[in-house]
Ligand binder design. Sequence first.
Ligand code: MN
Length: 243
Amino acid sequence: MTTLFISDLHLELTRPAITALFLDFLERRAQQAGALYILGDLFEAWIGDDDDAELGRTVAAALRRLTDQGVPTYFLHGNRDFLLGERFAAASGIQLLPESAVIELAGERVLLLHGDTLCTDDVEYQTFRAQVRDPAWRARTLALPLAQRRALAGQLRETSRQAIQQKAAAITDVNPTAVDRALRAHGVRRLIHGHTHRPAIHDWTLDGQPARRAVLGDWYDQGSVLVCDAAGWRLEPLPGPGA
Ligand code: MN
């Protein structure tokens, strides 16, 4: 059985070719899979399930076709689409996962994260994250009119873009100590996450045992998928619109 992992598609109206690549991926590649995991930042922005914008509806319908075919599809929130909720899940047939989930993959327990919680050197971001993940903030924000939420999302994206430009690369990458701590806390030696847009498979030794961490790639110029099957784990690029 093949399990597919993707993240950081950052779907938005201004990049229709990437949306098309994703819809094609769902219709062909994903149909052959045993399961699909989307580890956050599927959307560049998500202001609430009550936003009936076309992109969200198109993606929900495409996911629904996949889940109706019997391919279980799981979603874990990213830092862009953390407001995605039960209504979208019901429409698309996807299953929402908690912010850290342990699954069994080929007999091994594997921790799944979006990855932002591992970037502990980015203190400013972690403060922001604690604020927006607070249930009271969430309820208050979702109660705002759509136009106001849209403006807020634009503002947050601009702040995030500027902050990333100003920060050293090491600050926006994962902290190795935080990675080890997460593995120990969940009693696992395998981790799959996205967020940093630094696709790679890292192997090291943790407390005398082999540990492995797969980092998923973003979907900016091309697609990226982690394929897990009997042969092991491998990252595959999906040729983008320009290829
Ligand atoms: Mn992210």
